[in-house]
Design a protein around this ligand. Sequence first.
Ligand SMILES: C[S@@+](CC[C@H](N)C(=O)[O-])C[C@H]1O[C@@H](n2cnc3c(N)ncnc32)[C@H](O)[C@@H]1O
Length: 692
Amino acid sequence: MADNFVALMKQQQALLATAKKRQGLLPQQRTTRRELQQEYLTVQNGNHLIKQTFVGEAYEPSTAEIIELKPICIRELRLETHHTGRPLLVRVFCNAVRVTAVQTGIEDEHDHEPYYKATSNGGVIVGVDHPSDFVVLDECDTIVPLSLRPRVQAVEEDRSAEEVKKEGNVAVGLKQHRKALKLYSEAIALCGGEDEVLRRDLHRNRALTNHHIGQYEVAHSDAIAAVIPDVQTDDTRSMELNTKAYLHAGRASYNFGHFEDAARMFTEAIRMRTDNDVNIELARALDRLRESKTGLFIFLSDRFLGGLPPRLDCASFVKNTEVRSSPGRRKGLFAVKSFSAGDLILREKAFCSSLGSDNGQTTNMTINLNTQRMSVGTHASLHTKLVTQLQRNPNQASAYFELYDGTKSSSIPPASTANPPVDVFRVQSILELNAFGLRDAPPEPSSPSTKSPQKALRPANDSTATFLRASYMNPACHANAYRTVISDFLILRATRAIAMDEGLTIAYTRPDPASLDYGSTFSHWGFTCECVVCNAELHPKGSISHRRKVVKEADDFAASPANEASDKVTPTKAQPGFEPDVPKLGVTAIAAWLRRACMLDSTEPGKCIKLGTTALSSLGFLPSIVFKELVIDRTHCVVKDVVVDTAVYLSQLYEVVEGKDTMVSAQYAVWAEEMWEICKGSKRGFEQRYGA
Ligand SMILES: C[S@@+](CC[C@H](N)C(=O)[O-])C[C@H]1O[C@@H](n2cnc3c(N)ncnc32)[C@H](O)[C@@H]1O
């Protein structure tokens, strides 16, 4: 699989290099209008099993008004060149089809033969990367050259705002929401300040249409503009209309997670007219508000008896954290209160998520030719979703663009207009540095087609999401917080005691002693990790090749060579960096293996306890028993699932060991459940796996 990707990347880079050589030239071969029309007749929409997206050289979207710029025509266009500041006015003459991008044939006023940028099949196309650089004009717009306007033009009669509104309503009936939006906006402009009743009707209708399209921010402002002021209680018609307006506003707020405003709007709606449905919506908003204030969310509630849906309708709980500047690291996430080990720090709903199950059979592949990185799976579809969401909701866009984009500056580009264009390259670079894999999401149910070669390219549990708050956490290998995922929620718990104002850290990658290349793990994020764990592991005894060999030896042979292997990877006291409380990650796999092997012929529980304790200390959990009390020093702990298994076994072992220690056994059982909650986000599932 990896070889296929490398070959594909090389092939694309070669194509790019060939194309670059022609930069600035005029294209020689051009498809004729007829050929292109023929070609588009056979291109099918959608359902391709593999979709490839290539990220090329970045450039910024245009912020100028078209009218201020000097147009360019097709025959002046040069290959592999950004014609910045030069609008191209064209007419579409083929059906538009969605392959990876939307494609169609175009012609301009001078040139009725179409055009071009080098493509993999030797043709040429005009590419528009930023959606805001693509403007759909009305065919009779004054900016459109006469020769591109329809030959027979409808005689524009003066239409009243009421007539245009009716046309808008017809478009809504036909589910042509974009057209309806345009018509309602036109009607609002025709209304001027004269007919207030009609203007409010139009805003109310437009609020609903905006909601349909996912433009929640403008849906909210339209709904508020539709509210009739100073309504008398006996004016039932106006009260009814206001109920609708407040309902639209509440739903819009709910959708972008402003639950306080949503509850206020629903309360207003009910004040105007009691309505059972609105009561339900108000109760829902109040539930979310409570969750966001208390952090209490019952994943085991009756609501989810049939299993958790892939996206959960519940609120984020982030108030115990704050984004602050972090010297040398730009920004970071900080604790605003102290936490004990195991405490819930935050629970955050994904800002935008792309689940493997959203994409059907399609495998998406993103190939970034700048960074030479390739990702397979939901990254590409997350990019498309993000661009759409950000374009539709500019306030959300500014929060997303504050995330780290790989540049050293912490400045956010100023939003020059009310609807700032969305820079797709910046969306991509932020995504590459901040997206989280939802690894704990359940795998998709397998189907017979799972065996097809294309399907095999898709990674298991392929789901990706962005989180606006959790993204600010800087990495540490011995992190003080551990993240897990339930549906599209990220849950963060303390791995040890955290003081107020301490920076919160997570492990960006889960340490795997057999493959982790200490020190260079973070090359993708642009820095070298110099934490105590990485520094200690840089010692030759910690090198990957050495460890791989040793782990393999232990797997291949029986207990006695494994014991020798354990000695080989266990650092001696003299080795610098390996102080007793520093994790010895190379030891974990062998110690856990030996503990399991020892338990199989469990005649020596004392020895098993020793091996279990070694496995825990190799991850930085140092257990000691002080007057029958289990004390675990976790100053540099590294959380891994194996901790839970080990703690459960230790609990059982203390029950059977000579001199049986029920108290220690009980304390290990409690600790195992605490660690499970850290690893899995909630206690859900612990009992099923280990029994009560
Ligand atoms: C997902 S971001 C974390 C939040 C980020 N610090 C910010 O300002 O938004 C990851 C980036 O943080 C910076 N960073 C985190 N830990 C660092 C460290 N130990 N040394 C240097 N840079 C670090 C790197 O630039 C890295 O690419």
